[in-house]
Design a protein around this ligand. Structure first.
Ligand SMILES: [Zn+2]
Length: 332
């Protein structure tokens, strides 16, 4: 769910959440930090812009209150390391509200060109910034969980080749990562090093959240193509599940073709084992799929057959009454 789906009026919020509750939705994943770095909650960070509604109503607080009255959990979703605006393939992106004030924290690609919308996960200042916003929400709002999105490296370029990352890697492995080009036996060290920068962030966050409020769940929206995503965007999500850093995962299995969706879901279960909780994502309308009501139901049924513990749908704004009525046939 995106902030634009909500409203400052309590009555309107009640309509939204009542409809979801009626059709069997138990959780809502609401974007509270956007990919441009803006947020919809009250923050003490003076570098961040909070896009609160005009009347100054605390939309997150109101949404949580209304949702809880209807037994719907609220898991605020944070775009993590992406801090800017996408301008299309082959176009330079632009830094968002926070990264434009902290240009030294941007990632660099192999050619030494800044990847303008991405903050560097290897830098302590970036990690603190991302974690502190989440801790602030957990401290000030009655949330049921936190969901991580964009918890990875960029897809549009390989990061990060800033001086800091090159120096750190060279000290560890005796080689400048810029000198590792395909084919090279050192490539797996580079893959592992990038993945560790993301994994260690998730691990540290888990510990901090536990200290702040033990009952808060931690989850992530993850790439559907594991293990490929370990190489491309350094996202090793099965490891996060196995180590207990996450309570559940939401693979973004957004596909037109049901057969492809089925095999991806099967791989997800194989990657984490029987005990882990998976909520498979149906892409009703995403950058990678657009589905009819019948197809949404078909894929949801397939995910159940492949052992998913639940289904998520992306995104709320694309769900029609016909989708919701059709989904009622899914049962428990
Ligand atoms: Zn770097």
């Amino acid at each position: 769910m995106h902030p634009a789906d909500l409203d400052e009026s309590r009555d309107r919020l009640k309509q939204v959440f009542s409809k979801l509750a009626k059709h069997g939705f138990s959780k809502v994943f609401l974007f509270v930090k956007n990919s441009d770095g803006t947020v919809i909650f009250r923050t003490r960070n003076p570098e961040i812009r909070s896009t609160m509604f005009s009347t100054g109503e605390d939309i997150l607080k109101n949404a949580i209150m209304v949702a809880h009255d209807l037994n719907v959990e609220v898991h605020p979703t944070f775009v993590v390391f992406c801090e800017g605006n996408w301008k299309g393939w082959g176009m330079p992106s632009e830094p968002g509200v926070w990264l434009s004030k902290n240009p030294s924290l941007v990632q660099y690609d192999r050619k030494g060109i800044p990847i303008m919308r991405w903050a560097d996960p290897a830098k302590t200042e970036v990690r603190r910034h991302e974690a502190e916003l989440m801790l602030e929400v957990v401290k000030n709002y009655d949330v049921d969980g936190i969901q991580l999105d964009y918890i990875r490296y960029p897809e549009e370029a390989e990061g990060c080749f800033c001086d800091h990352c090159r120096k750190t890697f060279r000290e560890l492995h005796g080689i400048d990562p810029k000198d590792i080009t395909q084919p090279d036996q050192n490539m797996s060290k580079w893959v592992q090093w990038r993945a560790l920068n993301i994994t260690s962030f998730v691990e540290e966050l888990r510990l901090e959240l536990r200290r702040e409020k033990a009952s808060v769940k931690l989850s992530a929206a993850v790439f559907k193509d594991y293990p490929r995503c370990l190489v491309t965007v350094a996202q090793d999500w099965p490891l996060w599940v196995k180590k207990g850093f996450l309570d559940f995962i939401c693979p973004m299995t957004y596909e037109y073709d049901s057969k492809v969706a089925r095999y991806l879901a099967r791989n997800h279960r194989a990657a984490v084992g029987g005990g882990a909780t998976i909520y498979e994502g149906v892409g009703k309308k995403s950058s990678q799929s657009i589905l009819s009501s019948v197809e949404v139901l078909e894929q949801a049924e397939i995910f159940k057959e492949e052992g998913a513990n639940g289904i998520t749908i992306f995104a709320y704004s694309s769900l029609t009454d016909d989708d919701l009525n059709t989904l009622d046939k899914l049962g428990d």
